[in-house]
Design a protein around this ligand. Structure first.
Ligand SMILES: Nc1ncnc2c1ncn2[C@@H]1O[C@H](COP(=O)(O)OP(=O)(O)OP(=O)(O)O)[C@@H](O)[C@H]1O
Length: 255
């Protein structure tokens, strides 16, 4: 039997106050692939990540993770929003990293990373601590395990946020402009961690303005505009031979 793509987004729609923000979005991400989403501000990139991570429901459409429809219960005829208990289980399979790191200011790095393990997955404290330390090591922060967010640079805080998502052992990682809030000299350390994750085989969807990262790390790049995907292609084709005029205009502004 053919294995399904890890993520399949089909015909996703979302409006806020009768204004359409997503107008029928389709894309798939194969296991181990990195999809970079580019697009102008307000085009719906964050919204699509919020729908996939089940932080907010979509109006219509289907999201399949590893072949399982998520966010709803029931079949094609009787589809209802999944109860919070099921959503919580489904959400743990999807890690999300935001532009602002959203760490708990009163917890040190280790306890920030442990928090989901102990509260959502009910992992015993000692074991959660061990796993958290392992993850902090993986993002190069073993030496700062007891530092509080206010004692860490933006790049370090974002790496703690990545460790906090990774420790839940997600099948899929979503990144929403993870380096946009950072001083330029701190961008590289976060991109390096993401690049390593990608080469370790993590499946990722990354909203980014980092063209070099998209070109060198993404398996496929998609341009979003006005709530729709205009063009998606492997990076060489996307950057060097885009098919659509809209993509050419977007890229011209980025250089
Ligand atoms: N909760 C909300 N209520 C009302 N409108 C919203 C809400 N969230 C997003 N929008 C609107 O939806 C549109 C798409 O927003 P979204 O944040 O997804 O865009 P984006 O491409 O991620 O932009 P940016 O790069 O600026 O983050 C915008 O016009 C925004 O104002």
């Amino acid at each position: 039997m053919k294995t399904p793509p890890l993520l399949e987004v089909q015909n996703l729609h979302k409006s806020y106050n009768n204004v359409e923000v997503l107008g029928g979005v389709d894309f798939t991400v194969q296991r181990g692939q990195v999809k970079a989403l580019l697009g102008p501000s307000g085009s719906g990139k964050s919204t699509i990540l919020r729908m996939i991570s089940l932080l907010e429901p979509c109006d219509s459409g289907t999201i399949l993770l590893d072949g399982e429809q998520i966010g709803v219960i029931g079949g094609r005829v009787d589809v209802r929003p999944a109860p919070e208990r099921i959503l919580a289980r489904q959400r743990t399979a999807i890690g999300m990293v935001f532009q602002k790191f959203n760490l708990f200011p009163h917890l040190d790095a280790t306890r920030n990373v442990m928090s989901g393990l102990t509260t959502v997955l009910k992992v015993p404290k000692k074991e959660a601590r061990e796993q958290a330390l392992e993850m902090l090591d993986r993002v190069g922060l073993a030496a700062r395990a007891h530092a509080y967010p206010s004692e860490l640079s933006g790049g370090q805080q974002q790496r703690v946020a990545i460790a906090r998502a990774l420790v839940m052992k997600p099948k899929l990682m979503l990144f929403d402009e993870p380096t946009s809030a950072l001083d330029p000299e701190l961008v590289r350390e976060v991109l390096d961690v993401m690049e390593k994750l990608a080469s370790d085989g993590m499946t990722m969807v990354v909203v980014t303005h980092e063209m070099r990262f998209a070109r060198s790390v993404a398996s496929e790049v998609a341009l979003f505009d006005s709530g729709q995907i205009v063009e998606q292609a492997p990076p060489d084709r996307f950057f060097d031979a885009p098919e659509h005029e809209r993509t050419r205009r977007f890229l011209a502004h980025m250089h």
